[in-house]
Structure formats: structure tokens, C-alpha cells
Write a protein that binds this ligand. Structure first.
Ligand code: GLA
Ligand code: ZN
Length: 675
């Protein structure tokens, strides 16, 4: 039997609904419209703290009671938020300690949202109390499918609560000041800490030049870890509160894809399932969106996830809020499902009349009726999802290739003073991801702690920080026959950002069979070049000057004083291979390299398809679903790789048959199980 993300027997459809912002007389008409759009799931109560707790000792659930009844009487499932993403004004007035202090040391006033200090005792007490009261009050509603804790946790705080808590966190991590001084390398620039009280938050008033640049990487890195942990604790406290009362209801919070400040790999371990908010701009590449889905699936141990928010049409917060073109909302919804989502949820059901989201896309527009393009598209998709029934639900997305994605490494790479300000971790990961994704090779994004042994290919772009044990896991993997790909700026430092002595790439050196003596950083207008398999490619950003220590050279630089030195190498190690790409090249090179490796390792695409058609596979026991998504502007024909049933048109297909896919069109082939 397959496992459900939550208590749904179809792909959940709906999203954020804020009836408390509207007169009650309008609610029934909303329900008529939402039903017409085949909506079955409402995310309620996301920003209602002020209404639910109007004073310190007063709670008032009258309106939410009515809203819960409204949802129930219309057979809506509810994703119930705890509403703690923005604290009430009275709380800020009475307990100013609840307010965050920003990076520049400015104490915030009441306003905006996500504005509470994660280490405020008052915030923790009252957020948990509210979560508990909600659970007690609504525990018998069997239509609650999930708890949605707070909303899009994020940001950071540099206040005095946090400073005190940081010291405690450090005591836990290091035990003694001596150990802390060692890890932080405080002998540099006379930073010795004599007393725990000497430790201050590393912000714009202390260690930082600006938000991205610090003089003390060890300290700043720990602050990022601490901030992510502090906010995670707030989540866990509410998690425990609702779990105690409703142990059967799964708990989530909506994540934000590749969001740098929070170590989502760590967060994923504390959530019952992953949900996330997908807000690409029309300029984002298909691979970029796909990578976010795969990353979120990876955060959740590659189990199905929930697309908690997306806009049906446009955002309000981007510089240019272009409309999703006809068909794109449907296409991107299926793309989420194709990568592992068991839900298609929107922000928002209804456009508000005031404040900053009044021009954000919604199912119900300001016109207030069903005769709009957006409503029609939403309703059509709703009907289609209804017809799919419980197909696809609970299926997973198997992959033979994995990319290591590590938040602590991300922070460390970008805090590094040198070698290049243009070196961005996420960009480098995306180059490899894109090369695989364009060839429709399924990829998992895994954490450093995940076991790579089940994969044929493991890529670790710019793995600058190697924490203890990591090299051992990679060594095992390669010895056992795996193919490993590493790049420039790998293996340099330990978990405290202290250099591993003896030559780069540190502990990965024997696996890769190279010694990197120097790194040249090229300004954007300068390039070197190399030949790989007879083809010329550019080399830019960073060029490693390396020596072979057992590896063979696959490509050499053609320019400058290091012409003739290797740029790309391969080492045979145990039963496997370890590639080292010592420079940054262009899309064509990554495509070729990935194609060659996949061919050699017999890593297959989900299916063959023309350019611009994304293909993924989900599997549930014997059942296999192939998704074909035409992101292009023109009609294409796709060869069916197996006999089966195309679920959206309800049409049987034979292997080898050419299926027509309209521009922005989608097909889901349910493969006929082999007898
Ligand atoms: C986020 C939030 C929502 C809303 C949308 C707008 O995802 O969670 O409350 O503000 O952005 O795009
Ligand atoms: Zn704080």
C-alpha cells in the first residue's frame, strides 16, 4: 500500500482563503465560486493572531468557529494554520522584546509580518499557547488534513535576546572558551574571547562589512546556524503543542525552495511532510523551477510533498508582475506533480481590497464572478484533477543520479573573502542540475548526511566545506563503483571554515587524484579555454592550477602561463571513477560531460523527448506514471516509450506511437504493467 502525504484521496486543490477579511454575507457566494472551480482544500487562519487573541488574557474564536463550520458544511478539507506569522500590536506594545533587531542594529517597531524575535520568551510562550488552543478547539474536525505552522519562516534577528541565546548555543557547541577560540581562529586580528559575555552578534556593527561579507567567517557561520536553529525551535515548539492533542494530523510549514537563510535539510527532519511555495518569474528557466521542486523533495527524504502556494496568474512583489500566459498555470501545476507534489494549492482564493496583496493573482478576482480567464483555467484544471482520482498519489520519483546540496557549505562559500565575488553556490549547482534535467535524467538533491550508496552518480559542486566523515562516505561510494564529480573550490575547509592543511582539495585529494596548487580568478570579461573530446569550451570564473596525482587529464588550458595544465581530470579509484572539473565552463560543456558520464554509467532518461519537453517518472509499486510537459511555444510530437493509458485525455497508447502535444501541453502516460 502506498503512503499518503495527508488524508486526501485525490490531488488536493485549493489554497489560502481569508474570509475573515470580508463581510460574512460574502462567504456563501465564495463557496459557490470555489465549488464551481472544483476546489476541495482551504488553507485557513494564516494571519489571524490579532483577531484570535485581541488582548493578553482574551481569546476569541467566534469567527474562526464559523469559518470552520463553513468549510465543513461545503465538504472542504482544511489545512489549518496556527496563525503565528505576525504577532498582534498589543503584544509589541506591551512586550517590546518580541520585536526583531535588524542587521544594522535597528530595533524594529510593530508592523509587517514575520517580525517576531525567534528567541523572545514572550513570542514562544504565546505562539505555542495559540497553537495549543487551536488544536484543543478544532481537534474533532475530521476534515483537517494538516497543521500549517506559522508561515514562511525566515529572516534573522540580532537583538539582545538572540545575543544571549547565541552564547548558550555556543556553550553547547564548544563547551569551553578555549575550544571556541580555536574554532573561530580568534588569534587573527586580536579577537580572543576572555569571557562568554565578550561574544556579540556578528552584524553590521561588529564583524560584517555588509550582509554578505564578514571578517570572521567562523563567527558568522555559527550565527547562521544558530539563527536557523532558533527559528526551527519555534516551529518545533508549536509542532509539539499540536501533536500532543492531535497526534494523527500531519504537521508542516511552507518552505520557500532554495531559501538561503534556513538550513532546510535540517528542517526537513522535523516536519511530517514538506510543503513549499513556488513563485517563479516568467524569466526563470524550466530547470530552475524543476530544481526547486527536486530540492524540496530532497529536503523531505524524497517522499511526496505539497505545493502549498503558487499564483494562479501573477504576483505582486516582483519588479514586473507578468501574467502567467494561458496554459502556463496548468503546465506548472503538473510540473509540481511531476516532480513529486500530491497537491496543487494557490495563494490565494480571493483578491483582497486593501494592502500590498490586492493585486496578487487569485481565483476570485475583484470582478467577483466566474467569467474571467483565470477562473476558467482554474476550474478546468480542477475538473481534470478530479477525474484523476487517486492516480499518482503517494508515488515517488526514483533517480540514479544525485547532487549534493548543503546549506552550511552555501553559507561558507559565499562568506569567503576571495577568490571571486561572482562565485555563487546555487548557480554552480544549477549548472549541473540543468545539464541533467535538459536530458530528462531524474536527479535527487540530497544532503550531506544522506547515504549516496544507492546512486550511480554523485555530483558535489563546489563542496568547499568538508565536515568530518564526509570524505569517508564519498570514498566508500567511489570504491564501491560509484561515479563522483567534484569541482573547483572543493575540500578546502572543515566545519569551522578552517583550512585543511597539506594541499587542496584536502581530504578529497586521494579520491580525485589531483593536487591543486593555485586558483586563478578571472574577471567576467576574461576567459581561458580548453578542448574536451575534440570540442573547444570556455573556462572562466576560476581556473585551478593543478597537478595529476594518479588522475588522467581529460582537457588542458590553452591560454596564459598555465596553458597545458589539466583543467578536467578523471581518476580511477577502487571500483569507481572520480571526475574533477577545475574551472567553470558553459552550458554546452556541462551537457556533454553529463551525457558522456550517463552513457557510460547507463543512467537512463525518464524517456526520450524533443527539446523543450520535460519528462519525469513517478512510481508507485508496479504503477509507473510518465509526465510529458511541453514548455515550448509550438506543437510537438512525442514517441510513447511504452504501452499504456494517457490519463488526461483518457486514451490508450501503443509503444512507438507519436503523441501530439500542444504548446504548453501535458500528457501523463500510465504505463501498462508488464505481464
Ligand atoms: C508568500 C506568503 C503568502 C503571500 C504570498 C504572495 O508565499 O506565504 O502569505 O504573501 O507570498 O506571493
Ligand atoms: Zn532576537
Amino acid at each position: 500500500m502506498w503512503k499518503r502525504v495527508w488524508n486526501h484521496d485525490k490531488i488536493a486543490y485549493g489554497g489560502d482563503y481569508n474570509p475573515e477579511q470580508w463581510p460574512e454575507e460574502t462567504w456563501e457566494e465564495d463557496m459557490r465560486l470555489l465549488k464551481l472551480a472544483h476546489i476541495d482544500t482551504l488553507t485557513l487562519n494564516v494571519f489571524s493572531w490579532a483577531a484570535l487573541q485581541p488582548a493578553e488574557d482574551t481569546y476569541c474564536f467566534d469567527k474562526l468557529d464559523k469559518i470552520m463550520e463553513l468549510a465543513k458544511s461545503h465538504n472542504m478539507k482544511v489545512c489549518l494554520a496556527t496563525g503565528t506569522g505576525a504577532h498582534p500590536a498589543w503584544m509589541a506594545r506591551k512586550y517590546p522584546e518580541i520585536l526583531r533587531t535588524d542587521f544594522h542594529g535597528v530595533k524594529r517597531k510593530f508592523g509587517a509580518r514575520h517580525n517576531s524575535c525567534p528567541n523572545s520568551v514572550v513570542y514562544r510562550k504565546y505562539s505555542v499557547q495559540l497553537a495549543r488552543k487551536l488544536a484543543e478547539r478544532y481537534k474533532d474536525y475530521d476534515n483537517i488534513v494538516a497543521w500549517h505552522i506559522s508561515n514562511e519562516y525566515g529572516g534573522e534577528c540580532y537583538c539582545e535576546n538572540c545575543e544571549r541565546a547565541f552564547r548558550e548555543w555556543l556553550k553547547d557547541r564548544y563547551g569551553t572558551l578555549e575550544e571556541l577560540n580555536r574554532a573561530w581562529n580568534t588569534s587573527f586580528w586580536g579577537h580572543t574571547m576572555y569571557d562568554w559575555e565578550d561574544i556579540v552578534v556578528p552584524d553590521g556593527r561588529s564583524e560584517h562589512i555588509d550582509e554578505e561579507r564578514t571578517v570572521a567567517q567562523g563567527i558568522s557561520l555559527d550565527y547562521r546556524r544558530f539563527n536557523s536553529d532558533s527559528i526551527l525551535e519555534c516551529f518545533c515548539l508549536e509542532y509539539d503543542a499540536v501533536k500532543e492533542i492531535t497526534p494523527g494530523i500531519p504537521v508542516t510549514t511552507n518552505l520557500m525552495g532554495a531559501y538561503k537563510p534556513l538550513d532546510y535539510m535540517k528542517w526537513g527532519e522535523c516536519m511530517d511532510f514538506i510543503s513549499w511555495d513556488n513563485y517563479p518569474s516568467n524569466e526563470d528557466s524550466v530547470s530552475q523551477i524543476a530544481m526547486n521542486h527536486d530540492l524540496m523533495r530532497g529536503v523531505g527524504a524524497n517522499q511526496p510533498f505539497v505545493l502549498m502556494e503558487q499564483t494562479p496568474s501573477q504576483q505582486n512583489w516582483q519588479p514586473f508582475n507578468a501574467l502567467k500566459r494561458p496554459g502556463v498555470m496548468r503546465l506548472w501545476s503538473y510540473q509540481a506533480v511531476a516532480h513529486g507534489s500530491d497537491a496543487v494549492l494557490f495563494f490565494q482564493m480571493k483578491r483582497s481590497i486593501g494592502s500590498c496583496e490586492k493585486y496578487h493573482g487569485a481565483v476570485i478576482s475583484h470582478a467577483g464572478h466566474e467569467n474571467t480567464r483565470v477562473f476558467r483555467e482554474v476550474a478546468e484544471l480542477g475538473q481534470e484533477l478530479e477525474k484523476l482520482g487517486d492516480e499518482i498519489l503517494g508515488s515517488t520519483v526514483p533517480a540514479e543520479a544525485a547532487i549534493l546540496f548543503d546549506w552550511e557549505n552555501w553559507w561558507a562559500v559565499e562568506y569567503s573573502a576571495g577568490p571571486s565575488v561572482d562565485l555563487k553556490y546555487h548557480d554552480e549547482v544549477m549548472k549541473y542540475y540543468t545539464a541533467l534535467h535538459r536530458q530528462n535524467i531524474p536527479v535527487d538533491l540530497i544532503s550531506e548526511n544522506d547515504d549516496p550508496l544507492g546512486y550511480k552518480l554523485l555530483i558535489a559542486p563546489v563542496m568547499y566545506m568538508t565536515r568530518p566523515g564526509m570524505d569517508e562516505r564519498i570514498r566508500e561510494f567511489v570504491k564501491g563503483g560509484g561515479t563522483f564529480v567534484a569541482t573547483f573550490f572543493s575540500g578546502y575547509v572543515d566545519e569551522s571554515d578552517l583550512v585543511i592543511l597539506g594541499g587542496y582539495p584536502g581530504k578529497l585529494r586521494d579520491i580525485l587524484g589531483v593536487w591543486v596548487e593555485e586558483i586563478d580568478a578571472l574577471p567576467p570579461h576574461k576567459k581561458n579555454r580548453f578542448f574536451y573530446q575534440g570540442q573547444e569550451y570556455e573556462a572562466g570564473l576560476l581556473c585551478d592550477l593543478m597537478h595529476l596525482e594518479g588522475a588522467e587529464s581529460l582537457a588542458e588550458y590553452q591560454e596564459d602561463f598555465y596553458a597545458g595544465m589539466p583543467a578536467v581530470t578523471r581518476n580511477s579509484f577502487g571500483g569507481g571513477q572520480a571526475y574533477y572539473v577545475g574551472t567553470r565552463s558553459g552550458e554546452a560543456f556541462y551537457h556533454q560531460l553529463m551525457e558522456d558520464i550517463c552513457k557510460e554509467q547507463q543512467i537512463q532518461p525518464a524517456a526520450k523527448a524533443p527539446d523543450g519537453v520535460e519528462v519525469t517518472k513517478r512510481v508507485r509499486g508496479q504503477e509507473q506514471y510518465l509526465f510529458f510537459l511541453n514548455h515550448g511555444e509550438g506543437k510537438v510530437h512525442v514517441e510513447m516509450p511504452e504501452d499504456g493509458m494517457e490519463l488526461l485525455a483518457g486514451k490508450a497508447c501503443r509503444k512507438g506511437e507519436m503523441m501530439e502535444l500542444e504548446a504548453k501541453g501535458v500528457a501523463i502516460l500510465k504505463v501498462q504493467p508488464k505481464q
